[in-house]
Unconditional design. Structure first.
Length: 213
């Protein structure tokens, strides 16, 4: 955990033309979560637009992203000063991009004159200063067992992903790979479980490579 008020990441979100830009600073709060502070927004084309934080590096004209965190939207040039990143958790450094995405008109009217609505207009890469909570984390692949019957896929001999089987649950899958449930969740920041037993979603894919978080 950083000292409250410490800047954990900072970037300029800029369009390819340079006509639209926004400065973003992500700051640690006293409760261990984070806020994004927004400033210096400028654009030659005021329109409904949203700031989104995305998992993987973004490209211009990218479309809809199902795993966006902490989206905030505004119209014209009236930009909120701050947005909470509570839903990104206490280790949000898995987010690699901040993007600006033009949004539909607020009155529900057609946006035919803005065919770029829904596509990434501006991008800022996020370079984090958060310490790695598990710098020595290593995954070892154990045998399949009740509660962890899924399959492992590797690349060049390194285990990369785990396919969740029927009846798999978090604690047993974690044990199969020699990690704790907290470490498995850290490697999979979008992981969802079901019930008190923390069942995993059959057919989903888990990351088991710490470097690919």
């Amino acid at each position: 955990m950083l000292t409250p008020g410490t800047v954990a990441a900072e970037t300029d979100v800029v369009s390819k033309s340079g006509d639209t830009s926004l400065h973003v600073r992500i700051v640690q709060r006293e409760d261990g979560l984070f806020d994004a502070e927004l400033s210096d927004y400028r654009t030659t084309n005021p329109q409904p637009i949203a700031l989104q934080f995305r998992h993987r590096p973004a490209e211009y004209a990218d479309g809809y992203d199902t795993v966006v965190r902490s989206q905030v939207q505004w119209s014209g040039t009236s930009v909120p000063r701050k947005v909470s990143l509570d839903d990104a958790g206490r280790t949000p450094d898995y987010l690699s991009s901040a993007v600006l995405v033009p949004m539909p008109n607020e009155d529900g009217s057609e946006s035919d004159d803005r065919p770029w609505v829904g596509s990434v207009l501006a991008i800022g890469a996020l370079d984090w200063t958060l310490p790695n909570p598990y710098p020595e984390l290593e995954v070892t692949v154990g045998k399949a067992r009740p509660g962890a019957y899924g399959w492992v896929r590797d690349a060049d001999g390194t285990p990369r992903t785990y396919g969740v089987s029927h009846g798999d649950e978090l604690s047993t899958v974690s044990k199969r790979f020699g990690v704790t449930p907290a470490q498995l969740r850290w490697m999979n920041p979008y992981l969802e479980t079901r019930g008190a037993e923390e069942w995993l979603l059959e057919g989903s894919t888990l990351n088991i490579d710490p470097a690919n978080r």
